[in-house]
Design a binder for this molecule. Structure first.
Ligand code: MN
Length: 387
């Protein structure tokens, strides 16, 4: 039995002098994959085939099929370009020696798919999905209490004593990422989130979490005022606790497909073609959303509202873009619940499948942002619009 990542694009490499076509065909057939052979194509034919790749990838993506490419006719730069194209189309490139795929006898190949850790449709909830926390541990404690989670221990004391007890009604927590920066208490927040994870809470990675992870791994990161504060706070921790935080952050998926594919959670959003897939293009989008490549006057990328034309059948719950009240898109299948707690707004949870909102007001304005109304908050228990 051969085992490969799901949603792969296979680059099938023959040995020099090998006649590769038979085993490439057998492999593609066993997969039910589209096979692309460029070996015998003329230069012009090859260029046309490479140009047609985007269309081919889009078609196979829509069909849920995989692609196998017999690579003996390709030069190194062509291969590199192709690999990039494949990743941009949300496939995972897998390099294989054709030799390894030739079955010992005439039996058909048996192939198993390993799904990425973004694919968890068997987790059915019910869920309490919490938006960007940004250091607001006190508000998080209050929100957990309001949602019915009991916390024992003190998050400002050492990490080991803290427990978030399982919910009495079997509900599960899901965090949308961006745990730290801009607010008052990064360490207590991280401890609460990690304690919740020990009791089964799920989470996806936010852009701020990625930067903290890279910093804890010793990589150079772009520092800002608020990040310097987080960095300094983590420096006071024991090496074990720093490592535990880095390990926790490193394991966070870019997004999660949950509840029989009815629900997708991602920090900044997730288009339907990406859902349940994973590579660096998927994770960039899930962390940062979409930008048109232009910058505003402060040097931040101008965001494109991906949810405006989102047509997926799964409801996407996301954060990242602060909004005074939770904001549903026009189609009613995507909702942003980052209500800017660190800006003096509120920390908001969406209950799934109920789609009701639970929120607690920020205790104060921790970071000022022009245009964000002070005291903005979602009315407690309000039914979210358009459901
Ligand atoms: Mn954020």
């Amino acid at each position: 039995m051969l085992s490969f990542p799901a949603h792969a694009c296979f680059f099938l490499r023959p040995k020099p002098g090998q006649r590769p076509l038979c085993s490439a065909r057998a492999f593609a057939k066993a997969l039910g994959a589209e096979l692309l052979v460029l070996e015998s194509a003329s230069r012009a034919g090859k260029a046309a085939a490479l140009q047609g790749m985007t269309t081919l990838l889009a078609r196979t993506l829509a069909q849920g099929r995989e692609v196998a490419i017999e690579t003996s006719g390709l030069r190194k730069e062509e291969l590199g370009r192709l690999r990039n194209l494949v990743k941009r189309a949300y496939f995972t490139p897998v390099e294989l020696d054709l030799d390894d795929l030739t079955p010992a006898d005439d039996r058909p190949l048996e192939i198993a798919r390993v799904f990425p850790d973004t694919w968890r449709p068997w987790l059915r909830g019910p869920f309490d999905i919490i938006g960007d926390i940004h250091d607001c541990a006190a508000e998080l404690m209050e929100l957990l209490d309001k949602l019915g989670y009991r916390v024992t221990g003190d998050p400002s004391a050492s990490e080991g004593t803290l427990t978030v007890l399982p919910h009495h009604a079997g509900r599960s927590l899901v965090f949308l990422g961006d745990f730290t920066d801009r607010g008052p208490t990064p360490i207590a927040t991280l401890r609460l989130v990690i304690a919740a994870a020990r009791s089964g809470a799920l989470a996806v990675i936010g852009n701020h979490d990625k930067r903290l992870r890279e910093f804890l791994e010793g990589r150079r990161v772009h520092e800002t005022d608020w990040f310097t504060k987080t960095a300094r706070a983590t420096a006071s921790l024991s090496p074990d606790e720093r490592r535990a935080i880095a390990t926790y952050l490193a394991r966070l998926p870019s997004h999660l497909v949950l509840d029989d594919e009815a629900l997708v959670v991602a920090h900044a959003g997730c288009r339907s073609a990406m859902q349940g897939r994973d590579n660096e293009y998927v994770s960039e989008f899930c962390m940062y959303g979409e930008s048109g490549g232009t910058l505003d006057k402060d040097g931040y990328p101008i965001r494109i509202d991906w949810a405006a034309d989102y047509e997926g059948s799964a409801t996407v719950v996301y954060g990242h873009v602060t909004t005074p009240t939770p904001r549903w898109n026009a189609a009613g299948n995507a909702v942003c619940i980052d209500t800017g707690c660190c800006l003096g707004g509120a920390l908001t949870a969406l209950r799934w499948p109920e789609r009701t909102l639970v929120s607690v007001a920020a205790r104060r304005v921790y970071t000022r942002l022009a245009g964000f109304p002070r005291g903005a908050r979602a009315p407690a228990g309000a039914k979210a619009a358009l459901t």
